[in-house]
Design a binder for this molecule. Sequence first.
Ligand SMILES: [Zn+2]
Length: 204
Amino acid sequence: MKSRKLMVTVIWLGAGACLSAQDRLTVAVFDYTGVPDAVMSPAVEMARNTFRVAGIETVWLVCPFSRAKPEGCTLPLPPLGLYVTMNVVPKVPAEQAGHTGFALTGPDALQRPRAYAAYTVVEDLAKKMRRPAWLVLGCVMTHEIAHVLGLKHGEWGVMRATLSPRDLDDVRQGWAFTAAEDTQLRVGTSRLVGAREVAEAGRR
Ligand SMILES: [Zn+2]
């Protein structure tokens, strides 16, 4: 199973240069927590590599929210609704207690695709599992963004409902999604960024 997945990984890395614009997804990380750069940078790097292995190029913009303007991120973002917002907050709301994060799904999510990661829970989990906080944060962001793109929980990899230390180690090795999940992710990405091309064509 793993050696097959590894082969797929190598092929997708090789094909990375040929990906179309439709496979490129912008992720805006709104950091409301002040995550240290030593945690955020490797977390983003791992998540970016994980999506690349699945055939999706991601562009990550990290907005330290305290320094952003009140209306939001000052970095150049695509029009609202055509990128995924990954909010890193201190805690999840009470109704999500016990979760490391959650994602919006349904019609509302199509207007503003967004997900949340709870950084205090990430830190606690990292301590409990004796894994670096960047690894847990990277896995949680990947998991929640994949929900935004249409994935449900799976039996294996980063989409397991409750991530174990072994799952974290697998993701670190590049074994995050099944081949079927790779396909679903690409369909979900095309649907999201495809809307951008329609919107841009409408403005021309
Ligand atoms: Zn989940």
